[in-house]
Ligand binder design. Sequence first.
Ligand code: ATP
Ligand code: MG
Length: 422
Amino acid sequence: MEGYQAPRGMRDIFPEELETWQEFEEQARSLLTRYGYQEIRTPLVEEKSLFERSVGQDTDIVMKEMYTFLDRKGRNLALRPEGTASVVRAYIQSQYYQRKKISRFWYEGPMFRYDRPQKGRYRQFYQLGVEILGGKDPYFDVEAISLLRELVVAAEVSDAQIHLNSLGCPACQQNYREILRTFLRSNEVRFCQDCQRRLQSNILRIFDCKNAQCAEVVRVSPPLIDKLCTSCLAHLQAVKEALDNLGVPVKIDQWLVRGLDYYTGPVFEAFVSQETNAIAAGGRYDTLVSSLGGPNLPAVGFAIGLDRLMTLKDSRTHRASVIRAFFLGGRAKSVGISLIDNLRRLGLAVEVDYEDRPLKTHLQIAHREKIQWCLIMGENEIAQQKFLLKNMETRHQYTIALNEAGQKIRELTCSETASVGK
Ligand code: ATP
Ligand code: MG
């Protein structure tokens, strides 16, 4: 039998890679707290129809990419393909809007889409997302975009470019659909089958088509941005101006559309030079809360693709490494273990190899595993109320009295790790 493999398009993330993620997560958490955002955790599974209603029936996500299943009672469920629908569902279900005029949430976790696996595209991928619920002022959009930029900077990714467009309110979109339908009718034969259907069902989705010939036709259509109503145009201009004033660079991109139906105003995506795919995307969605059965409340949000962002981030800071402890003989083991307990209580990180091996073997293993500090205790050391601490890089060995353990280890590991690490 062949060995088990992770499901296609899904992967394991091991501790070495996760260190980079965790560094970013710490920074992000602190940044989000300073902006007044609070974390929310929602189920990974929702009713399938929640996504049909929010993301849209005629989107790639709903038509081709959802993991759906019936549970034992025949409920039609789906693994969440994105986070906004769940957050909005939770917000409405709990009537959270009665607690706060403006709610600021963030979430992080896995999303599931039956995408075609390739670099930066997985079937289980991770997003960190932000939703501001209850705010209509353009400065809420500005805050979302500035925060996105700050988060990208926190990942030490310096060359991100943010593209901005507006999809307009439902009235703008309705008006534009007519204009587009008239324009595109003459080009109908050049469209792929999907787009021929979209002409009838959801014409704006044509902009989202990855087919080159469809893209060509779309490129010569009148852009939506030229057809926005006065208030949508003013909103977009206010967002752009405020961002300019704040020194947050954004580029107006009249062809930017989103793959989800719920957007109703400014939309944006972040790109970096090394990646053709966006690393983050978002926008305003003023009708989603009401269309899912809640009150008529405006909202704006975005999600960062962490798998993509984390491949761009270097892990610079080296965490203080864990000390490897081992004992030579049974008595040393029992005395040693209470020493280790104390060290951990003092905040030091210690891992123990409990196996009985010769000293030389222990040291070889530690060397091979790139351990920097070994704590060694044998019968002689116990007799003298002492133990050994060995720096594997410099090969220096220190004898430390048991009653000075914490303080001495801290002094040595801090000063030498800092200088050796340079
Ligand atoms: P794409 O056009 O790349 O398919 P999308 O428009 O479907 O992206 P969104 O729904 O806007 O993506 O999700 C926000 C972010 O999540 C994306 O910008 C991307 O960084 C990330 N993302 C989306 N799908 C995947 C995936 N299958 N694997 C990894 N990251 C993804
Ligand atoms: Mg996609």
